[in-house]
Design a protein around this ligand. Structure first.
Ligand SMILES: [Zn+2]
Length: 370
């Protein structure tokens, strides 16, 4: 689902908000689980079918195909249609990959369009809702949902509930993903271009002087070994840290392109932690930043990070000897700075110059990189 929206020019922004279902009686719970299992099996059946045909097209499945699934699993045409669509989206995600593999569904989720579901808001002290499954192939029932702080915050900030929800199961627990929508703001025309460099010793350093997340590494190092919990905890810490950012004067944010960020470059973690963690963390931070940028009308630009830590933005010269640990000292003009600050300035420089990397910037000047 995420991918389908990524490159779309739709003027609508979309987010999801997950709410676990805790107040459902045993009978309904069993019925929903069974329904999710059925949806899983039908979707995988369609995936197998499309895979066999090497059908990666964007078109909806034709009627005979839908009917084949319907008859095999004894479900409604409408449900078969919805699941065939879901299978198509899953299989299309393989299209761009170098090594295509038939997708195996590991997620127990189903997207339910307005044919299957209505959301009834209750105006009370909190925003609570009843998700009503209205048949058409889904079981008929009402699912009471207590809105979470996340959902309430989004609604207070002007996000609207979509008529579509996703129903799913994670480790045996049932959940509803509400889809929130909001018109995408225009890109800002006023404000400054700001570079951002990050690593997990020093946090996120911005060329406009903002510095956040210094405490991240300390926090992360204190987390217990249980990795499954840490990822969720780390995500929430990152979220809290990034909330402190002031976007008001930023028009363009320039960051390192993850494609070229070498593994291990941003500092390694103690053995108790996953070695790939630092890479994963950067990817997650970029995800969150991208969402903020979208909501604030800020353009996000990704640049090649090569030489950004050794280049002097004051005298515009590069020297390998400029960087020593956390310290940047230009051997040509004597400019000193924290190495991460200097890298952030250099990313800003790339943003202002409108080039992808320092190499292209230098080609218009005299010095070349070795
Ligand atoms: Zn210099």
């Amino acid at each position: 689902m995420k991918k389908a929206h990524r490159k779309s020019k739709s003027p609508i922004m979309r987010r999801t908000s997950r709410v676990f279902i805790n107040d459902l009686n045993a009978g309904k719970t069993a019925e929903l689980r069974e329904f999710l299992h059925l949806c899983h099996d039908v979707t995988q059946y369609f995936i197998d079918l499309f895979w066999q045909r090497q059908d990666f097209s964007a078109e909806l499945a034709d009627l005979p195909t839908v009917q084949r699934g319907r008859d095999r699993f004894n479900i409604t045409t409408r449900l078969a249609q919805a699941l065939a669509k879901q299978a198509k989206e899953t299989i299309r995600s393989q299209r761009e990959k170098d090594h295509q593999r038939k997708p195996q569904l590991h997620h127990w989720t189903v997207t339910l369009y307005y044919h299957f579901v209505t959301i009834q808001p209750f105006a009370g002290r909190h925003f609570d809702v009843a998700v009503q499954l209205t048949g058409s192939g889904a079981p008929c029932m009402t699912i009471p949902v207590h809105a979470t702080r996340h959902l309430n915050r989004k609604l207070a900030a002007g996000w609207q509930l979509s008529k579509t929800v996703r129903l799913g199961m994670h480790k045996g627990r049932l959940f509803v993903d509400f889809i929130l929508e909001k018109p995408r703001p225009q890109k800002k025309t006023e404000g400054r271009v700001v570079g951002m460099d990050s690593n997990y010793v020093n946090g996120l350093i911005f060329s406009d002087g903002q510095h956040i997340g210094q405490e991240l590494v300390k926090d992360i190092r204190q987390f217990p070994r249980r990795k499954k919990h840490t990822h969720t905890q780390i995500k929430s810490r990152i979220g809290q840290a990034l909330k402190q950012m002031d976007w008001s004067s930023i028009r363009v944010l320039v960051i390192e392109d993850l494609k070229h960020v070498k593994r291990g470059k941003r500092g390694t973690f103690p053995r108790t932690h996953n070695r790939r963690l630092s890479h994963w963390l950067y990817a997650y931070i970029v995800d969150v930043l991208a969402r903020y940028c979208e909501e604030h009308g800020v353009r996000l630009e990704r640049k090649h990070p090569a030489y950004t830590s050794q280049y002097c933005h004051i005298c515009n010269r590069w020297d390998r000897r400029n960087r020593s640990g956390d310290r940047f000292k230009c051997v040509h003009c004597g400019y000193t700075a924290h190495a991460d600050h200097n890298a952030a300035y250099n990313l800003e420089l790339l943003g202002l110059a409108g080039v992808y990397g320092l190499r292209s910037l230098q080609s218009s000047r005299l010095q070349s990189f070795e």
